[in-house]
Ligand binder design. Structure first.
Ligand code: SF4
Length: 311
């Protein structure tokens, strides 16, 4: 079957990167809240096909030459590109077979020697099945940052949403990424256990974040997506989503209980009702004050309107 280029879904910080698909979908594709990937099985792009796109990008980057053999999207992305960063698509590009992934990274370095950094999404499972030397070799080939979904630190929530890994496996995966010298950016999802479970979900999520001690944390807020099992549960009344201010209470729990070495923590993602950001522990009091202020007034005009919230 031929490889279908995935839509661009990327972390906010990769906005200026070139989006190079090496996989489509996600190898896990079982998380009950995940919109894009649920039921979307893994596709692996052939190395020669990836290399053709790298050749086209290098030619365009150096001489501005476009060739009709390449899809227009390649040049549309290249025109917005900062020339420095590459983001490997898709949901967990780190699942790509090890030697071939290294071959792609080395080819990128050969054809685009000015690259600063290559990035990818990963699952904890992908990291756990690689040994540390493999990760170190990828780092040497400029794999500089991995984005890993943690979602929750609550063991029961991880089970319920079908994450497929335990608290300790997630912590172990995070430790391995850091040991390889790769920057670790993780995401968690506010409201993932609804109204009933919100206190335990947020306190356990604060705990796992401290245990991982990542370089970056991005807090997202649950958006129920039609077609996903969690959406169906909300329709049938089995799942009760949190209110916007509940989600901010969860966010406050994460900041209040944080104990990071040095972490850039944010809720800038478009799924959130309210954006905060800061370096923790240094900005902890300022961020907490912002959250306390909005939680004391509960002024809905300070929130991002529901219709503007997207995943
Ligand atoms: S591992 Fe990530 S991308 Fe894959 S299904 Fe779960 S949330 Fe979605």
């Amino acid at each position: 079957m031929s490889f279908r280029r995935p839509e661009i879904i990327r972390p906010p910080s990769e906005r200026s990167s070139y989006f190079l698909p090496i996989t489509s979908g996600c190898s896990h594709h079982r998380c009950t809240f995940c919109n894009y990937y649920y039921g979307s099985k893994l596709g692996i792009r052939e190395v020669h096909d990836v290399k053709n796109e790298i050749d086209a990008l290098a030619l365009y980057n150096k001489y501005g030459i476009q060739t009709p053999a390449n899809p227009e999207i390649v040049y549309a992305i290249a025109k917005q590109w900062d020339g420095r960063r590459i983001f490997l698509q898709d949901g967990d590009a780190l699942v790509y077979p090890s030697e071939k992934l290294l071959e792609i990274l080395q080819y990128l370095n050969e054809k685009l020697p000015d690259l600063d950094r290559i990035a990818a999404y990963t699952t904890p499972q992908d990291v756990l099945q690689r040994d540390i030397d493999e990760l170190k070799n990828l780092k040497k080939a400029k794999l500089g940052i991995l984005y890993m979904g943690v979602e929750s630190g609550d063991e029961e929530v991880l089970l319920k949403v079908g994450k497929g890994v335990s608290y300790h496996e997630i912590v172990e995966a995070g430790a391995k990424i850091k040991e390889a010298g790769i920057i670790l950016s993780v995401t968690v999802i506010l409201g993932l256990d609804g109204i009933k479970g919100r206190q335990k979900h947020s306190s356990e999520t604060a705990r796992i974040l401290n245990d991982i001690d990542p370089n970056y944390v991005g807090a997202l807020t649950l958006v129920l997506v039609p077609g996903t099992p969690l959406y169906e549960k909300a329709i049938t009344g089995e799942f009760h989503p949190v209110s916007p201010f509940h989600s901010l209470e969860e966010l406050k729990t994460l900041v209040e209980n944080s104990n990071f070495t040095d972490c850039f923590f944010s809720s800038m993602h478009a799924s959130n009702y309210f954006s905060i950001r800061g370096r923790l522990p240094y900005d902890r009091e300022r961020v907490l004050k912002q959250l306390e202020d909005i939680l004391s007034t509960k002024d809905p005009t300070l929130l991002r309107p529901e219709f503007l919230r997207v995943l």
